[in-house]
Design a protein around this ligand. Structure first.
Ligand code: G3P
Length: 217
């Protein structure tokens, strides 16, 4: 499963990229707001840090304006992936943009039928929002499993990009189900390495090693 980081914070992106953990980045209007930076400037900087796809979201709701915005965003870098909302205008833009060889991430997916439409529109990625589904009392991971089944039934090439990840368990479940990608907030990505028995075991090994009086290098 590929790891994307869900942030527009370039310091976080640089640090995680240096660990060799990043396959891409996703941003959205809320994350751009949080960064306090100009969308073009910050997105360019992100594209220079990470080799993989960097999702940049259009702000328009009608097809024509989405296409104009997609043209502007596409010029930022070769690894830009245009993010469009799951509406008929968004799907129409998805079809046109992927037909033109561009990567498209269809976002704000909350149902299996929406994901089916996105695949039929040729989406590169579909972004089901698991955390926001959990917030309603439903199980977001069930949607990932449904989409996996549907995409496998018809050999759709669209990659499932599990989004709105809030817990390390979301990451594990996404991997178990066979999500192609998970976009994960930096704090959750860092939590993945943690286990109290790892810390305890390392402390014990270091203490015993010190008692041997040896050096390896
Ligand atoms: O990038 C889209 C998605 O990951 C948003 O997550 O936490 O705002 O529901 P969240």
């Amino acid at each position: 499963m590929k790891f994307f980081v869900d942030t527009a914070d370039t310091k976080e992106i640089s640090e995680l990229n240096a660990l060799g953990l990043l396959d891409g980045v996703t941003t959205n209007p809320s994350l751009i707001l949080k960064s306090g930076r100009d969308i073009m400037e910050v997105t360019k900087e992100i594209c220079d840090i990470v080799e993989g796809p960097v999702s940049a979201e259009v702000a328009a709701t009608d097809y024509e304006q989405m296409m104009r915005e997609a043209d502007v965003l596409s010029k930022i870098a070769d690894n830009i992936c245009i993010k469009v909302p799951l509406t008929f205008d968004g799907l129409k833009a998805c079809k046109a943009l992927t037909g033109d060889g561009r990567m498209v991430n269809v976002t704000l997916c909350f149902s299996a039928n929406q994901a089916l439409l996105a695949a039929k529109a040729g989406a590169t990625f579909i972004s089901p929002f698991v955390g926001r589904i959990d917030d309603t009392g439903e199980d977001g991971m069930e949607l990932i499993a449904e989409i996996r089944t549907i995409y496998d039934n018809y050999d759709f090439g669209t990659e499932i990009l599990t989004a709105s990840v809030r817990t390390v368990n979301h990451v594990k479940q996404a991997a178990l189900i066979g999500s192609d990608v998970a976009t994960v907030p930096p704090a959750i990505l860092r939590q993945l390495v943690k286990h109290p028995l790892t810390d305890k075991g390392l402390d014990a090994f270091l203490a015993d090693w010190a008692k041997t009086g040896q050096n390896i290098a």
